[in-house]
Design a protein around this ligand. Structure first.
Ligand SMILES: Nc1ncnc2c1ncn2[C@@H]1O[C@H](COP(=O)(O)OP(=O)(O)O)[C@@H](O)[C@H]1O
Ligand SMILES: [Mg+2]
Length: 587
């Protein structure tokens, strides 16, 4: 093992990967049994050469002459059967390990904190789950096969050689360390390049994904040259790194062969020394030489397996990094039943990163149960950030948000989110039917009639009734087959169906024309009626009827009051309102 350069960190990765194979140990053991049998057939074959030569050709023993061909066929049959089962079973284990790893990685995706997604490109993540994990398969199957099967073959052959003649075997002491050094050097390079190649695959995925998602922008703004250049860069980098790997790989084979050739020459030289010659029979020399020739193939396998092995380890490392990412907290343990919906923001401060500075600065206000509070302010003033803290997509740097008098962090996260219906600025739909997008996740328990009622209230039915498949119409990738306004109506229907005590509308009607907005407004108002609502609206007309308006500016609440009072105060709100009014007039 040492000569494959398995240092501590690498061993740890490998051990962890093997840990994934533990549940399949029975099949694993069968595979290893097959490998051992396979490995034993090689030295057995070399050993047969000695009696073949000495007894048959030198001593003309007729019994041996008849027996040996049968033994040879028998050996090959045994070897074939053992090889088949070894390959089949180890692959079975490998694919099972991959499935488990993929499942865990995907499970991790569902529980990563929002911050992680902010900082990581989705291309990188997708590439990890597809490409990197596939490379782990190679490490867990091919590499183990070769390590065990060929490793044992080599041990058996070398053992036989020492048994046949230790004088001739001294060549191993010369050639062995040379090969070990070479393999060690090669392994180092392999692992280093492999890690980089995997990262560069992530780049390839990322750039492709961007173009796929943004193909309209690319077309309309003439971005294809720029994107081609960007892709050429990552594509070329990937090729360059792969070629470095090929160079090391292709270079190592002839060097190994040269070393082996030198070994062979040494053996012949020693065997023909006058003092050694009389000690060695024809059979011994033949057997020895056969063993030596048989040694070449497993040696080559061992060096060839380096690339996939090191790739697998690099890939394993990157996947374990993902798996070891800290998951979102499960939250506290305070039971959350019968929420009244009183919400308090207490001296809240928040920054996305220290470098970018605070986005929310000392925010304090209380929303009574059932009250509707409107948040207004210029874009970038921190409105969306503030409401995303309520659902704990992020946690505040200092201060707290209290629901019914207790910090939201005291409640189980899942239960807390059950209490919140959110319609956000960007609506994301899943590639599924309109019905399943409305009755998404835990909402799937609702009856068809309830779903239809929600769809009706959100004016989804208005366009659905014109579709031949109605609510069962598929919406396409991320909902591309629908208009922005239609998507938003589906999101509103989803929120209506959820019927949660806390309602958060973050520019929920921004993609609607004023006509549909007025219609939906009625449904939304009915929904707001009995529950605590935070509503962010860019059109101030939707805000006028709120119980209270908070004006945010650069992360601070700068004004608060009712529509008429704020207008009279002639401050921030009045300015926003008149700007808006002018916009509306222009439009
Ligand atoms: N995920 C994020 N990571 C880093 N900064 C962000 C993120 N989201 C928003 N910001 C920044 O926080 C500030 C407030 O944004 P936001 O709350 O979206 O404003 P609003 O909803 O009022 O338009 C902006 O300066 C924006 O650039
Ligand atoms: Mg916003």
């Amino acid at each position: 093992m040492r000569f494959l350069r398995l240092d501590r960190g690498v061993l740890k990765v490998y051990r962890r990967l093997l840990g994934y194979a533990v549940p399949f140990w029975r099949v694993f053991a069968l595979a290893i049994f097959g490998m051992v049998i396979y490995a034993l057939t090689q030295p057995a074959f070399a050993a047969l050469v000695k009696p073949l030569l000495d007894k048959s050709f030198v001593q003309h023993n007729t019994h041996s002459i008849k027996l040996i061909p049968v033994l040879v066929v028998g050996l090959f049959v045994l070897r074939g059967v053992a090889g088949f089962f070894a390959t089949y079973f180890i692959s079975w284990v490998g694919r099972s390990v991959i499935k488990r790893l993929r499942g865990e990685a995907f499970g991790k995706l569902l529980h990563l904190p929002t911050r992680y997604y902010d900082a990581t490109s989705s291309g990188m993540l997708v590439s990890k789950i597809t490409y990197n994990i596939e490379q782990v398969a190679e490490a867990t199957t091919n590499a183990i096969t070769v390590l065990i099967r060929d490793g044992l073959t080599i041990l058996g052959l070398v053992g036989l050689m020492f048994y046949l003649s230790w004088v001739l075997s001294v060549f191993i002491l010369v050639v062995g360390p040379l090969i070990a050094l070479l393999v060690r050097f090669v392994s180092d390079r392999f692992r280093r390049y492999s890690g980089r190649i995997q990262d560069s695959m992530g780049d390839v995925t990322r750039v492709s994904e961007e173009v796929i998602a943004g193909h309209r922008v690319v077309k309309l703004y003439g971005g294809s040259e720029q994107e081609t250049a960007k892709f050429e860069r990552v594509n070329e980098h990937n090729r360059y790194l792969n070629m470095k790997l090929v160079l090391v790989n292709a270079g190592s084979s002839p060097i190994i062969q040269l070393i082996a050739g030198i070994g062979m020459a040494l053996v012949i030289y020693i065997a023909t020394l006058p003092s050694v010659l009389p000690m060695i029979s024809v059979g011994t020399f033949g057997s020895f030489l056969s063993a030596m020739l048989l040694l070449m193939a497993p040696l080559k396998h061992l060096t060839d397996i380096n690339a996939p092995l090191q790739k697998g380890i690099a890939a394993g490392q990157s996947i374990f990094e993902l798996l070891d990412e800290e998951s979102e907290t499960a939250g506290g343990s305070r039971a959350l039943t019968q929420v009244r919906g009183q919400l308090e923001f207490r001296a809240l401060r928040f920054a996305y990163s220290a470098a970018k500075g605070e986005v929310l600065k000392d925010i304090s206000f209380t929303v009574a149960a059932g009250e509707t509070v409107a948040l207004v302010g210029r874009s970038g003033s921190g409105k969306s950030t503030l409401v995303s803290l309520v659902a704990r997509f992020y946690d505040p740097g200092s201060g707290a948000i209290l629901l019914d008098g207790h910090d939201v962090r005291d409640y189980p996260l899942h239960d807390l989110r059950e209490q919140i219906a959110l319609v956000s600025q960007e609506v994301l739909l899943f590639n599924d039917s309109i019905r399943n997008n409305i009755a998404y996740g835990s909402l799937a328990r609702h009856t068809q009639a309830e779903v239809a009622a929600a769809a009706d209230a959100a004016h989804v039915m208005e366009f659905v009734c014109q579709l031949p498949q109605g609510l069962d119409t598929l919406v396409g990738d991320r909902g591309v087959l629908l208009s922005g306004g239609q998507r938003q109506r589906i999101a509103i229907a989803r929120a209506l169906l959820k019927n949660a005590p806390l309602l958060i509308l973050d520019e929920a009607t921004s993609s609607l024309d004023s006509e549909s907005e007025r219609h939906i407004q009625a449904a939304l108002e009915q929904l707001m009626h009995a529950r605590t609502t935070l509503v962010i609206a860019h059109r101030l007309s939707t805000v006028e009827r709120a119980d209270r308006i908070m004006v945010l500016d650069q992360g601070r609440v700068v004004e608060t009051g009712r529509h008429q009072d704020l207008l009279q105060r002639n401050g921030h709100y009045a300015r926003l309102y008149h700007l808006q009014f002018r916009d509306a007039a222009v439009a």
